[in-house]
Ligand binder design. Structure first.
Ligand code: G
Ligand code: G
Ligand code: MN
Ligand code: NA
Length: 250
């Protein structure tokens, strides 16, 4: 409860910071970045999301936090567009935020206020969000996709959706969960799984991002299997916005 109270204060003062983790292509060039929020705590310093997202989700505070992140991400997209850079920015959308009745209007307003081209905005959702409230979720996704943004399935492989099912939805991209990347190329089950995901995704027209790529061996192996997008400590860690922007500058 103390944590929730402190988090409420943080929401009132917008005491959050946007970190970005680049995604790269097979040549290691940046093609996108995932926005990852941090809480700027007066005593504890920067608190990673794993420590407060669960409380935020439970209390509903994830809704204003998520809107803040989305607005920051859209401002960043507008700034990149103005500088002639074409990088997509991915934002994590929690189930609670996704099920807000006024979500579509909110996203529309945030996009309009920022002047961002929606084509560069990626919303990361998890598979289970779709399994729970199916028809409502599908209608919502379709409406959002009509705005021109893209959907990515986060932590893919850990939930219960099939690729055949996802193909009926406006989903552009799958992010292979880092638990399947961790033990590549030694673990033969993970090899088979990742190989199958990449082959099926390619046939069905999904883009694929491999998450949690930490070693050159993992990168080489994934690239050999035809993976074209990568995210992980081997390339870039999540960085504060200013650091990320400075590194990006040509
Ligand atoms: O950065 P870190 O590894 O601590 O992130 C842990 C979790 O927090 C991840 O599952 C990530 O998706 C989630 N997360 C990070 N930023 C956001 C955000 O802005 N909104 C939501 N809903 N989740 C986030
Ligand atoms: O659930 P989601 O995929 O949104 O979470 C992304 C989280 O993964 C972020 O908190 C980020 O810090 C973390 N992450 C990013 N790259 C790596 C990596 O190479 N290894 C590990 N273990 N975690 C990573
Ligand atoms: Mn994510
Ligand atoms: Na993930």
């Amino acid at each position: 409860y103390a944590l929730e109270q402190a988090l409420r204060e943080a929401v009132n003062h917008q005491a959050f910071e946007l970190f970005l983790q680049s995604q790269v292509d097979a040549q290691g060039r940046p093609i996108a970045a995932e926005a990852l929020v941090r809480w700027r705590h007066p005593q504890e310093g920067l608190i990673p999301p794993a420590s407060f997202i669960p409380v935020a989700e439970e209390s509903g505070l994830i809704v204003p936090i998520g809107e803040w992140v989305l607005a920051e991400a859209c401002r960043l997209i507008a700034r990149l567009n103005a500088a002639g850079r074409s990088l997509r920015i991915a934002v994590n959308m929690s189930p609670r935020q996704f099920h807000q009745p006024n979500l579509v209007r909110k996203v529309q307003d945030i996009l309009a206020a920022s002047g961002a081209d929606p084509a560069y905005l990626v919303l990361e959702i998890t598979e289970n969000l779709l399994v729970e409230h199916t028809s409502e979720a599908v209608a919502r996704m379709t409406e959002l996709a009509t705005l021109g943004l893209r959907f990515s399935i986060d932590d893919f492989g850990t939930g219960y959706s099939s690729l055949a099912y996802l193909k009926r939805l406006p989903v552009s991209e799958l992010k292979i969960d880092k638990s399947f990347v961790k033990d590549l190329p030694q673990d033969l089950n993970d090899v088979a799984l990742v190989e199958t995901i990449l082959a099926m995704a390619s046939h069905l027209g999904f883009e694929v991002v491999a998450e949690g790529v930490e070693t050159a061996a993992q990168f080489e192996f994934l690239r050999h299997l035809g993976c074209e997008r990568f995210q992980g400590y081997h390339f870039h860690r999540p960085e504060p916005l200013t650091t990320w922007l400075a590194r990006l500058a040509p």
